[in-house]
Design a protein around this ligand. Sequence first.
Ligand SMILES: *[C@@H]1O[C@H](CO)[C@@H](O)[C@H](O)[C@H]1NC(C)=O
Ligand SMILES: *[C@@H]1O[C@H](CO)[C@@H](O)[C@H](O)[C@H]1NC(C)=O
Ligand SMILES: *[C@@H]1O[C@H](CO)[C@@H](O)[C@H](O)[C@H]1NC(C)=O
Ligand SMILES: *[C@@H]1O[C@H](CO)[C@@H](O)[C@H](O)[C@H]1NC(C)=O
Ligand SMILES: *[C@@H]1O[C@H](CO)[C@@H](O)[C@H](O)[C@H]1NC(C)=O
Ligand SMILES: *[C@@H]1O[C@H](CO)[C@@H](O)[C@H](O)[C@H]1NC(C)=O
Length: 743
Amino acid sequence: MQRLFITTFLLFQLVVGSRAKTKFGFCPPQLTPDEVYRRFGKSQKFYIDYNNGNDKWNGNLPDPDEFGNGPFKTFAGAIAGMRQTKKCVYAASGVVLYVRGGTHFVDKTVIMDERDNSLSIVAYPGDERPLISGAHRIPGSEFSKLDDKIYFAPYEGHCTKNVFLGRKRLLRARKPSVEEWTGENFTGEGPYLKIDNLLVNTEECNYDGTGGFKQACPPENGDGFVYADNDINPNWSNLQKADILVFQAWIAERGDIGEIDAKNKTVYFQERLRTPIGTHPKPSGWRYIVENVYEELDSVGEYYCDEEKGMFYFIPPEGALDTEDVYIATTEVVFEAMYGEDIGFYNLEFRHGHDGHFEGYMEDPGLLQFVLSSKVTIERCCFSNLGHTAIYVHACTDVNITESIFTDIGYFAIGAKFDDDFDNPMANKNINIHRNTFQRCGVVNMFQPACIIVQGIENIKVTNNDIGFSPYAGIRIGWQATFHWSYVETDKYVFYIERNHVHDFGLGLLNDFAGIYLSSNPECSEATLSLATCYLHAYVSRNVIHKTIPYNYGGKGVYGDTAASGLVVTENWLYDLSEAAVNFHCGRYNYALNNMIHQVADGRVFGVCNSIVGGNENEPLYQIMIFKENVIYVSNVDARLWRKSDLWDFFVPNLDYNDYFFNPANDTQKKDFFPAREQGKGVSFKKWQNETGRDLHSIIKNPLYVDMENEDFRLDCQSPALDLGIKSIDNRHVRRLSGIFGV
Ligand SMILES: *[C@@H]1O[C@H](CO)[C@@H](O)[C@H](O)[C@H]1NC(C)=O
Ligand SMILES: *[C@@H]1O[C@H](CO)[C@@H](O)[C@H](O)[C@H]1NC(C)=O
Ligand SMILES: *[C@@H]1O[C@H](CO)[C@@H](O)[C@H](O)[C@H]1NC(C)=O
Ligand SMILES: *[C@@H]1O[C@H](CO)[C@@H](O)[C@H](O)[C@H]1NC(C)=O
Ligand SMILES: *[C@@H]1O[C@H](CO)[C@@H](O)[C@H](O)[C@H]1NC(C)=O
Ligand SMILES: *[C@@H]1O[C@H](CO)[C@@H](O)[C@H](O)[C@H]1NC(C)=O
């Protein structure tokens, strides 16, 4: 048996070895058979084969034999079978469950607990990588033609927002349709319809007189709105099943259509939206999309699922059904481990997760969920076509998620949850998210989505990841109850966010976000608080953050919001951003040190307290900030160090040993680039130095970045910045080698 196994490995290497070098797409290269054997060779072995297995067998063989034995068929069956065997056979070095190639459909959560400790679930070396799917599959051949565009097939199951043609995401029949469907489109993508008026116009909240950032709107404006022309049609069938996706600013939320008053061209939702429409006039752009209307099934890539009729309709690209099947994601959680210890997943592919029809802020459901568990490993796996979160970790210790790929994720790819209970001995600790690649997160749920959200109380690490294509943030850190300033020793932190490449975020869909977005709990933004307990203790270093497009405003590099304190932002490359490179929204002992910045946006370079978080002029919130040894190369004549509504006139942040440079040079900018003592005004470098005693050792000289055109922000040996004690930072490898592609 052992021999046969090794032979299979060798054969596998001969056949597949050369292919491993070629470009991989949705999945990372697998751990080699040698490595699999090295790690799991001594474990007790079981096998599972969805296509040829049987849950009545004992799972000890990879293939059925003539004595009526062979692999398990389902994961539920395998878990039960292995528990049975483990009762009488002592497994010295744990248990490995080898998963044979092919698609394993899982329609009900497989629940694991302490009886399943020391279990590794690993792709069977030599087979094609197995796919674990939470979908109902309709084979392409089962579809019939309805008319010259629409195809249909009977479907008795539940309808979901997450349906795929092969690997391509289909969109619910929407108005307006996207211009060109590629299968990689975000549900929040334009074009859009435009709200024509508010239900209720008041003095403080109105459609015409504003266009500003924010206004105070009554809750009734969350009940519906007035549409233009015939944008919404009361004659649509199944109206109650249609949703409207309304853009607010940093969220877009869905409301189910309730009633339509055709005379007044007013649409009402079944339930009030959480943000009244009109609250953020300009950042919303009054945008909305109608989703899930049969009559709007008019473009390639759109579908309509009709639960009452038991029918699925869609418009495939020409010829696609000859080769592709349709997958309707129906399972929310495929695996859940509770009170588990030493559980791992290796070399597997996961696809098709359902969001449970959830709209709002919540990290779960995750396709893989780990609760009150320890020693969890996910390695060399790939996750795609999911409705909500790929991996959800709650109250866990020692979790490694490494060298995996996440693409087309409904909300978060990874959500690590802490429920603000410091007394819970199982609160998240030792979480490692290392060398993963993330592409396209927040594809469906737009409540401040990100590829990663991490919360916890000790040693939470996000390192060497490549994170791109999120409509909002790249990484969210904290957003939880915070710590006392003395919670960690000097130079120790709770969060370590290092060497990540965060790029292409915002995508023109939402506003007010950052590549790396840290936040405390909302109470910290109250003016009366001393802030001694608002510390996140986060170290953000050697990241490369660039290329952001907000819908209207926002798009920062690193953002510490709601007075989050104890943040060290150092040695990062921050360029091609649409707003501040670093923004500390109040807080204490927040440092930006030795960062390499190229400011191309017209806004502020550094953000500080303002009246939204910072109390008010009479009662400002305490801010202690240090911006030192940064290189700030400004290429936009409208950029300033400050912003009008920011409070630079009290507890003036400590700036020094910075190297500023302006290219092109501009006289106006020269006169008011630096913050004046009077709030909302600017002064020259000399006056700023004189009035505040800040930046006394700073210079205005070309720092001589090695090659800005090619995004190389190392300092030339002749750089005057070096004389200030600024170190040249080489982060080229972060961009090149982050994520699985650097493995
Ligand atoms: C759809 O997705 C493709 C690929 O990501 C993108 O190029 C395109 O702009 C998206 N939007 C539309 C409307 O096609
Ligand atoms: C809806 O149907 C009614 C009755 O057939 C028709 O009079 C009306 O014009 C239709 N409305 C729209 C917006 O198409
Ligand atoms: C239409 O709106 C007006 C006020 O704007 C209201 O008086 C009237 O009752 C509404 N009509 C219907 C049918 O609700
Ligand atoms: C996670 O990775 C770290 C660093 O590589 C390692 O020390 C630790 O043992 C790993 N934990 C698990 C559960 O594999
Ligand atoms: C300086 O920038 C301003 C815009 O902020 C522009 O109007 C002005 O023409 C510029 N001056 C020079 C000399 O380029
Ligand atoms: C500002 O300038 C005045 C007058 O030139 C001088 O007396 C004062 O010492 C300067 N203050 C600082 C902080 O440089």
